[in-house]
Design a protein around this ligand. Structure first.
Ligand code: FES
Length: 248
């Protein structure tokens, strides 16, 4: 059922990413998603970047709905349904959170004093939530070298002992996920990816989100590395909103 929430405040995170904070008295686990609707625009799936009493949507501007969300201000209403999908598996001990672009948004609720982050972006202006990690626990990677290591996200893993982490969580553009998958494959099993696909119903009815027989909205959006390994389309193709297969 669609629910209305009132925006408490908006924060600018990067030149292309902003956050909308609101109260919503619904239990949401990190990694689950909600369907967000602005009247007149397509409904879109989004993970929450804060899942406590005060909740938050962190939005990257890339389409009409996200631009419409950007035009909202304090006191305006957004419409949500959910939460849906399988959350990240919660573990005790050290965790590694790997986020490219706006990917760190869905993992932000998992950040604690035992978390290390690999936060990657094109340049320092686009690094998201790197400063939410405890001092010294964020490894920044930028393509232009403007902060931290110069390179792509896989460069952030150098010097890390993968086995020291109870779980490695990864979210970001699929080409990036694929590069990380290839690097981690065969090295450690405790890895979960958050996948993104075009979603229409969000509840397992329309099949717009399926990847090799896995429905992202119901069986995901979080998947273990052994599940991702079974997806031949992973990192290669996806369906666009009209159902046409496109390459990453
Ligand atoms: S979004 Fe409809 S089946 Fe997944």
């Amino acid at each position: 059922m669609m629910q209305h929430v009132k925006i408490l405040r908006k924060e600018i995170e990067t030149p292309t990413v902003f956050s909308l904070y609101f109260h919503w008295d619904v239990k949401v686990e990190p990694g689950q998603f909600v369907m967000v609707w602005v009247p007149g625009y397509s409904e879109v799936p989004m993970s929450l970047s804060s899942t406590g009493k005060e909740k938050c949507l962190t939005v990257k501007m890339y389409g009409d709905t996200t631009k419409a969300l950007n035009s909202l201000k304090e006191g305006d209403i957004i419409q949500l349904r959910g939460p849906y999908g399988k959350p990240f598996t919660r573990v005790k001990g050290k965790t590694l959170l790997v986020g490219g672009g706006s990917g760190m948004a869905s993992m932000r609720p998992l950040i604690n004093e035992e978390s290390t982050g690999i936060v990657a972006a094109r340049g320092q202006d686009e690094l998201l939530f790197a400063d939410d990690f405890s001092k010294g626990n964020a490894i920044c990677v930028t393509e232009d070298g403007s902060r931290g290591i110069k390179g792509i996200i896989t460069a952030g893993f150098e010097n890390l002992d993968l086995k020291s982490f109870s779980m490695i969580y990864i979210c970001g553009p699929e080409r990036m996920l694929y590069a990380v998958f290839k690097m981690l494959h065969g090295k450690t099993e405790n890895v979960e990816f958050s996948l993104e696909r075009s979603m229409k119903c969000g509840i397992g009815l329309c099949d717009s989100c399926s990847v090799d027989g896995f429905q992202i909205c119901k069986e995901g959006p979080t998947f273990s590395i052994s599940e991702v390994e079974k997806m031949g389309e992973f990192g290669k193709t996806r369906l666009d909103r009209s159902g046409k297969r496109v390459f990453f």
